[in-house]
Write a protein that binds this ligand. Structure first.
Ligand code: PAF
Length: 282
């Protein structure tokens, strides 16, 4: 499989295929079934699929997380080769993508960027916005595919498209899960077998939250989740919130005209695991 390493190369190829619709799947590599579900959707809806593989330094606020992020380009290429010959990889290096200054732009994403990941990972969404806009400029896709595991990121990208006036359709795709319910993530490869098994508690707890949603108050649900993770030595809760799905604002009391979602981040050792589940209306 051909791996395009520079903007000049990928643009030459794409310009030659200008009449074809391009579905784009931006990734940081270490591909798994979650990514493949995005690629398959992109292939159903487009004539070509470009997968970018780039571990973006500007979206990491933790240098250790950046250093330990799995990098498996050849394995990723072999995996994509089994999917279709209509898939190609764009794997630039940082200087080719950013130029000589590898830094974030500042975006006015508004209140949605201040909640949850925005509050806990300083500068994260400016880093994501910067790299995604650079990638969109390089690939010029018709549609781009993002997983709902990073639900807040998906809303940020939709906002980015509005701000930058891109003519790109943003498609959100369902979370793909491991057999034990853990959301698929490239970071899962850093978990030991024991940690992987323990991490099943995250989705189990989200499902319990959904069951309790109709019958107990949000503050009781919050207390319940804190208690579950306090009782578990191997997993440390960073945050759990129930938020309005449209505004992403944390809510204390529900209204039955709004739609809500539960969001959670848990550390297993050094590995940060993120998940969410739709709760439906209040
Ligand atoms: O979701 C990811 O893997 C990354 O945040 C993305 C969208 C590829 C930008 O680096």
């Amino acid at each position: 499989m051909k791996i395009y390493k520079t903007q000049a190369e990928i643009q030459r190829y794409i310009n030659a295929k200008r009449s074809l619709s391009i579905g784009f799947v931006p990734t940081m590599g270490a591909l798994h079934d979650g990514h493949l579900s995005l690629v398959n959707k992109a292939l159903i809806e487009n004539e070509l699929c470009v997968v970018s593989i780039f571990v973006n330094p500007t979206q990491f606020d933790n240098p250790n997380d950046l250093k330990k992020y799995p990098r498996t380009l050849q394995k990723d290429a072999s995996l994509l080769q089994t999917v279709s010959d209509k898939v190609l990889i764009y794997a630039p290096n940082a200087t080719d993508l950013y130029g000589s200054e590898i830094k974030s732009r500042h975006f006015k994403f508004g209140p949605i960027a201040k909640e949850m990941e925005g509050a806990f990972r300083h500068g994260h969404f400016d880093g994501v916005g910067t790299v995604v806009s650079l990638l969109f400029d390089a690939v010029k896709p018709s549609s781009a595919y993002f997983g709902e595991k990073d639900f807040q990121q998906l809303q940020i990208i939709k906002k980015l498209v509005q701000i930058e006036k891109y003519n790109i359709q943003i498609v959100g795709c369902d979370i793909v899960r491991e057999r034990n319910g853990l959301a698929k993530s490239s970071r899962n490869t850093r978990l030991s077998e024991k940690q992987f098994d323990e991490a099943a508690l995250i989705y189990k707890t989200l499902k319990e939250v959904k069951q309790k949603w109709g019958s107990i108050s949000i503050s009781s649900i919050n207390e319940y989740v804190k208690k579950v993770f306090k009782q578990h030595n191997g997993l440390e809760l960073e945050y759990f919130v129930i938020a309005n799905e449209a505004t992403l604002k944390t809510v204390k009391r529900k209204r039955n005209t709004n739609t809500y979602r539960a969001f959670i981040v848990v550390f297993s050792g050094e590995v940060r695991l993120i998940d969410n589940l739709s709760l439906g209306q209040g």
